[in-house]
Design a protein around this ligand. Structure first.
Ligand SMILES: NC(=O)c1ccc[n+]([C@@H]2O[C@H](COP(=O)([O-])OP(=O)(O)OC[C@H]3O[C@@H](n4cnc5c(N)ncnc54)[C@H](OP(=O)(O)O)[C@@H]3O)[C@@H](O)[C@H]2O)c1
Length: 320
């Protein structure tokens, strides 16, 4: 099969298209013929081996995972003898970070728990956008104890995670204020945001409005700014953004959570039951992926470079 392979840590230039053997199929594994994959910020972290803690999992000096990429959609080519949920011909989507990555290839093997049946109303490209970003948005909102009628602020609303977070937060019956730059204002409004703050012109932290839940999916704001915009018993959940945003949530989050306000960070754990929640949200018409750009398998280096630049509008897709 054709796959995008690397032997060393480094920039997207270390990636190249090669002919490799098919992945081995264990008894509990499903072999998927990949029709589409999607790119995530995690790709370039894994590619470069930065920040350093990534290397504790991915190999200190030499990367253990030669084919990167986490999110796939495709059809089942073959199943191991202990697989009970899927059979050849089923159309599926799934997430591979817990089984060695490998999305940027014509075939991928995954345990059945990493997969779910593809939402019937989505294309393979659309379905491939869901796993990492959709689970991150869902788990971030849950961490913020999302509830009906909550006033929710989403920073980074125009990115892969943010565009799902806007739609999932709306599906919970909340009032969503999305923070993004000028060029994305209309897009985030079109996916359901009730209010939009253009961060190039206005500052959510000084407007005097308070939110029950703040989800920071991107951005570079201090935890004290977020705290100022929280209600007295509000929750702040951080899933992504700058190193400062990450470090402050880790260091100060537990200290600031001694009172009624809660501050925490979220490391996504994609799983089958959340994939099924995302599928249901799409099939019921409450969520639709926003696709920014499409790349071919041979163009994965350009796709990763584009995501690394940090200005994707929704998701970036790779087609086989
Ligand atoms: N915790 C986890 O397990 C987990 C899982 C997935 C992702 N992540 C992290 O979450 C972050 C976002 O992921 P993603 O997939 O959504 O990334 P993404 O799609 O690459 O995010 C790009 C978007 O962020 C917006 N943005 C950039 N700077 C901003 C700022 N200062 N304020 C507000 N918006 C800004 C950009 O809009 P403009 O171009 O208009 O600025 C762009 O639309 C990344 O840091 C990623 O590493 C964490």
């Amino acid at each position: 099969m054709k796959a995008i392979v690397r032997e060393t840590y480094g920039p997207p230039d270390v990636l190249h298209l090669e002919q490799v053997t098919l992945p081995t199929l264990g008894d509990g594994d499903v072999l998927v013929k990949v029709h589409a994959a999607s790119a995530n910020a995690g790709d370039w972290h894994l590619l470069r081996g930065t920040p350093f803690p990534f290397r504790l999992v991915a190999g200190l000096r030499t990367p253990r995972f030669t084919i990167i990429g986490t999110d796939i959609a495709g059809h089942v080519e073959a199943v191991g003898r202990k697989v009970s949920q899927f059979r050849p011909g089923d159309v599926v989507f799934g997430e591979l970070s817990r089984c060695g990555f490998g999305a940027y290839a014509e075939f991928a093997a995954a345990p059945e728990k990493a997969l779910a049946l593809k939402p019937a109303n989505l294309s393979f490209e659309e379905a491939a956008t869901l796993p990492t970003a959709g689970c991150t948005a869902l788990q971030g909102l849950r961490k913020g104890r999302v509830q009906r009628a909550h006033r929710v602020l989403l920073n980074g609303a125009s990115g892969g995670v943010g565009t799902f977070a806007v739609q999932i937060a709306k599906s919970f019956g909340t009032e969503v204020t999305a923070v993004c730059s000028t060029r994305n204002v209309d897009m985030v409004r079109s996916i359901g945001a009730d209010h939009v703050i253009d961060y190039t012109k206005d500052d959510f932290a000084t407007q005097g409005r308070r939110y029950d839940l703040i989800l920071a999916t991107n951005g570079d704001r201090s935890i004290w700014d977020y705290r100022r915009a929280l209600t007295a018993d509000g929750c702040y959940a951080m899933t992504g953004g700058s190193n400062r945003q990450l470090t402050e949530a880790l260091l100060f989050g537990p200290l600031l959570s001694v009172g009624r306000q809660q501050f925490g960070n979220v490391l996504v754990k994609p799983n089958q039951s959340d994939l099924l929640v995302l599928k249901e949200l799409c099939e019921s018409g409450r969520m639709r992926p926003v696709i920014d750009r499409r790349f071919l398998l041979s163009e994965v280096p350009a796709a990763v470079r584009y995501v690394e630049a940090g200005h994707a509008r929704g998701k970036v897709v790779v087609t086989m």
